[in-house]
Design a protein around this ligand. Structure first.
Ligand code: HEM
Length: 493
């Protein structure tokens, strides 16, 4: 589906001039502060109508380029991926919480970790979590009563948090009521409040300036700038970073995970949870030893954070979109009912084929992460243009998903777009909810197993009366959540 093997191709035409890249004044919105989700989405819709491979805008005084066509996005994410790093803002914000986990690390650390962890996330080993996914969804359904007023988005968050909590730490009750879940929610709230703020941009600029000065100096001065750059990897200057609630949340995460690591070691590493597997994982090529406790901690928190909010968001939109399309809802219910009283469990694509297409189409319309911010590590040619080192390039997932040439009538919720023959007609980078290339989501099989199982389990058990006339828009959050949630009344079937 998504590979990392494409070899770079050199453009046949001579390098084009950067000034010739069409400038989109709207693109500056992406770099202005206080812009709303609606403005960001409107801009990305405009992006989806462009035929030029790249357009440009500005973040403060810096130029930023947006690949518009799937071919240009493919070059950035796949064929020229080696020439890019993730833009450092996320790394800084997640420093205390996820440290050097897979999402934020770069270079050789990332390569070794990705190799070590990839084996754990292949479709086969992931199968073992299917029962957990079903059980957690059934438990959530058990708690509901006829006539209950619920927020579907809140329920799917609890479910996804419990699933990843059980898979990672083998604990049964794991939601935001749990101390660890609560602490992670507090810390994530802080990250979210600091995303795309002037303070964060200024912080990253300071870090870059220290790096640039280190490159131009020598001796003790150089060491001083290098240390300053290193220190600025931590967000110690950002607002609220010394807030006692945040500090105690991070301390609690550290303590609890360290205690779990110690327990696993005492018990002889016999459990089947991912934490134990991280502790025993080895580089398949034997180049490195086991991970340090600190690395295991960073990876565990990263998986927890990356693994629940995204899936929960996609599930909430799936339920909402089905409610607005009664015929499709009936079809999804019929698929769930076909399991009879038996468990909706082992991954059998033919049995959850329609729910899978619903889940995929929901992620097309509302990709949980809508933008992939990147920065060039070295001069690189994209779509025939030479981009210098340290150039910002933002790949919009959202705009790819709304291109009319790939998705006629793009607003329409149409799970049939995912029939194999229709999918085969599209460029593979037209659909990138999990990104593409070497940094694509390691949890893709986990999410694609969990989404359809949870969806079918809930639909089989209850009717969720969601006002089909109520239009719910996306919210301003790290993920594209439904604004105000998805209110529903639970009804017996
Ligand atoms: C519907 C659910 C999900 C969506 C839409 C999603 C989306 C993404 C995207 C777009 C990226 C790439 C970010 C970038 O390149 O800047 C990513 C990376 C990642 N995801 Fe997911 N994700 C989902 C579920 C999960 C799950 C269930 C897990 C783990 C249990 C997970 C773990 C990760 C990790 C560790 C990375 C970093 C991978 C690397 O850089 O090597 N994700 N995800």
């Amino acid at each position: 589906m998504m590979d990392t093997q494409d070899s770079p191709q050199t453009s046949p035409q001579a390098a084009r001039r950067l000034e010739d890249i069409p400038r989109m004044p709207d693109a500056d919105l992406m770099g202005s502060f206080g812009f709303t989700t609606q403005q960001r989405l409107a801009f990305q819709r405009t992006l989806s109508t462009q035929s030029a491979p790249l357009v440009r805008g500005r973040v403060l005084h810096l130029p930023v380029y947006f690949p518009c066509t799937p071919e240009a996005a493919h070059e950035v994410l796949v064929t020229r991926a080696k020439s890019f790093e993730k833009s450092p803002g996320f790394r800084v914000l997640l420093h205390y919480l996820a440290g050097q986990g897979l999402f934020t690390s770069e270079g050789s650390l990332w390569r070794t970790q990705r190799k070590m962890m990839s084996t754990l996330f292949q479709p086969q080993p992931i199968q073992q979590y299917a029962d957990t996914m079903r059980e957690v969804a059934e438990r959530a359904a058990d708690r509901m009563r006829d006539g209950d007023r619920i927020d579907v988005a809140h329920e799917t968050t609890r479910i996804a948090m419990s699933v990843v909590g059980k898979a990672l730490f083998d604990v049964d009750t794991f939601d935001e009521a749990d101390a660890l879940g609560g602490a992670l929610t507090t810390a994530l709230g802080w990250v979210n409040r600091n995303l795309a703020t002037p303070a964060l941009v200024a912080h990253v600029m300071g870090m870059d300036a220290a790096g640039a000065l280190a490159d131009r100096t020598s001796g003790r001065v150089r060491t001083w700038f290098q240390e300053a750059q290193q220190k600025l990897e931590a967000p110690f200057l950002l607002p609220g970073v010394r807030d006692p609630e945040l500090l105690s949340a991070v301390r609690l995460v550290d303590d609890r995970i360290q205690r779990m690591i110690d327990d696993r070691r005492k018990q002889g590493l016999t459990r089947q949870d991912l934490l134990t597997k991280l502790l025993t994982a080895k580089d398949p090529e034997g180049e490195s030893e086991h991970m340090s406790d600190k690395q295991v901690r960073d990876e565990a928190v990263t998986l927890f954070v990356a693994g629940h909010e995204t899936t929960a968001t996609a599930l909430a939109w799936s339920m909402y979109l089905l409610a607005r399309n009664p015929a499709l809802l009936e079809k999804a219910r019929a698929e769930a009912d076909a399991f009879g009283d038996g468990p909706i469990t082992k991954w059998d694509p033919s049995k959850l084929e329609f729910c899978t297409r619903v889940f995929r189409e929901a992620m097309r319309l509302y990709p949980p992460l809508m933008m992939l911010p990147r920065r060039t590590l070295e001069p690189v040619e994209i779509a025939g243009y030479h981009l210098p080192a340290k150039t910002l390039v933002f790949v919009s997932i959202y705009s790819q998903h709304y291109r009319e040439d790939a998705y006629p009538d793009p607003e329409k919720f149409d799970p049939d777009r995912w029939l194999p023959e229709r999918e085969a007609e599209r460029h593979r980078t037209s659909y990138i909810p999990f990104s593409a290339g070497p940094r694509f989501c390691i949890g893709i099989h986990f999410a694609m197993l969990e989404g359809p199982i949870v969806l079918a389990t809930l639909l089989r058990r209850w009717r969720f009366d969601i006002d089909p006339t109520r239009v719910i828009g996306p919210d301003d959050f790290a993920t594209l959540r439904p604004k105000g949630g998805v209110p529903a009344v639970v009804r017996a079937r």
